[in-house]
Design a binder for this molecule. Sequence first.
Ligand code: XIL
Length: 382
Amino acid sequence: MDRRSFLKYTAVGAAVASSALAGYEFDRWQNPLVPSVTSAVTKTRTLTETPSCLVSLRSVAETGGLLVGAAVTPQYLEDTRYATTLAREFNFVTTENEMKWWKVHPDPDRWNFAPADTLVKFASDHQMKVKGHTLIWKDERTPEWVKVERSPEEFREIFQEHIKTLVGRYKGKVYAWDVVNEAVDTKEVNGLRRNVFLEKLGEGYIAEAFRLAHEADPDAILLYNDYDAESVDSSAYRRARSDKVYRLVKKLVDDGAPIHGVGLQMHLDAWDHPRPTDIAANVRRLARLGLKVNISEMDIRITEKELVGTLTERLEMQRRIYHDIIATCVKEQGFMAVTFWGFTDAHSWIDEEFGADDPLLFDQGYNPKPAYWGVMDALLGE
Ligand code: XIL
């Protein structure tokens, strides 16, 4: 039996064994040699039991040398269902908000490390890696005190101190950093988003942020992260963005900046999303630069306002998209991780930003959705 079949046999066998104990009836899953992508999903329509502790996304990912992650808000860890699901299923966590400048360093002399510390400790207690998100972002998420009028020299000092202090505090504890987030804006002549960093320091602020982070923790994996830049796409908007991100990171590599990878956010709509093959082509060209690639913030909207079909049909569509994209990416050299922007529909930024939806892998009661099994199948190499 080759490695992949062994893994699948073990994982499915474990699921069958534990679920049998839970008293569920199984049909196709009774025979671990026949499950298919759709069988996992068909099964979950009747199986609302919590997945087995013997097989989980993280156990499958670990066997394939991958990280599977979720963005986390530390205050929810007080909810046992949240904490146990997170620890059981994921081996990677991202601070959803707690390391953003406006949260962690809200005033010149005040740092608010406590919530981030809580998550870093949780991760260490449960053998999970941490991604720090994010050192430098847009003006809307940078506190006012940073943006007041001052000389470029004074500004540079604040910029340097922020990165050195934050990365330095978590040296050896944060595995990877989103160093610069969403710096691209293809509507601008230079293709870069206008912000206080660009205004005060010029285009070199990006490379400088990477150098400062590297000095503060030479072992951390340093990433550039952006949205709508996932694919080599037929949509002019997405193609322009992914090309610009490619050129930006290529220049950083060519100039010798300590960049190690790129994050493709992957906030998707089920009704208009890039094709897996176009995403794979983008992953491949980034990997050819010697960079690691991760899906950094995946969620998939399926609102009935945009899609026809019953909830069951929309959940199936969501499962298929999660599956097809992740199954394609995990086959690419240099692909290191997939992170979801949350994991339960009980807590997602989508509801606040776009209106009620069900974008993640677990429902509001922490039951696995079809999307969960789609991701599981993809990680199993199905
Ligand atoms: C979002 C958080 O999820 C929200 O809670 C917050 O109010 C705003 O930011 N791209 C990113 C993330 O890089 O940092 C954003 O997170 C979602 C879009």
